[in-house]
Design a protein around this ligand. Sequence first.
Ligand code: GLU
Length: 322
Amino acid sequence: MTRLAPSPTGALHLGNARTFLVTWALARQRGFRVVMRIEDLDSPRVKPGAVESILGTFRWLGMDWDNPEPLVQSRDLEPYRAAIRILAARGLVYPCSLTRTEIEAAASAPQEGSHETSYPRHLRPALKSLDFDGVDRGTGPEGTNWRFAVPDRPVPFDDDFAGPQSPDISRIVGDFVVWTRRGQPAYQLAVVVDDHRQGVTSVIRGDDLLDSAARQLLLYRALGLAPEPRHMHLPLVLGRDGKRLAKRHGDTRVEHYRSLGVPPGAVVGLVAGWCGCTEEGSGRREMSTAEFVRALDSSSIPRTPVVFGPEDDQWLLAQAGS
Ligand code: GLU
């Protein structure tokens, strides 16, 4: 069982379309069930209409899923609350009302290359069993962040694409937030609760989330959830400048190409080419999702990031009306 877990923070662009198409095709190839989940807890970035747009793009591309109603995270926070209650009762999380600036000031050295400030270990209070509802009440309408006390050792796991990993989360990010001051679970906790309750055994996604896999495994263990899923993290699609595909690379939304008459098979064909599944010499061609499922071989997917360039854009446009 695997899942498609889009965040409705905007329309699907060719980079995330590639990740979702590969996830879907590998799952279908292996006879896995595929469940749809809408990760809409990042409320300030959630865009109205994005869910319909993303699901519409998936259907247009020829993808399907097995749960008729997608799981929408924001509809019911109770399953996440149940999990944070357990972590609090076990003394594995603690409330933290420090601001980002205060944390940065307390961190001795800034973390190179990390977006997240590593939370200094000395800020962790003595751990004890807490009543999540009791502590959370009385902290004001904004509530407080809760952090997970990260064990002081690397977290080894085998990624089915990226190979053996052993990130030391205590050094990379330190005690990370699992419950936000907005009164919502943070991404890391929500994913674990949902992957477990949706019966997900195989997680396939972009390798920007490789460190998250280790954080999520820590939470599986802290909550005593089993089985832990296997992971497969694929390199992202980048622009010519080596940065991940974004607005500055032009309009790469799948909907944009669709509106210009580009057929879905052209988008699938482009993605198939990026995955190393066009035959030698024959170049790129339109492909149905059924053909893509047959042609995709995970061992032929390039190990390095894919670069989207003007020739890809031109090729897509050339398929319009052909
Ligand atoms: N919602 C995330 C995204 O759209 C994916 C998270 C995950 O696959 O765990 O990038």
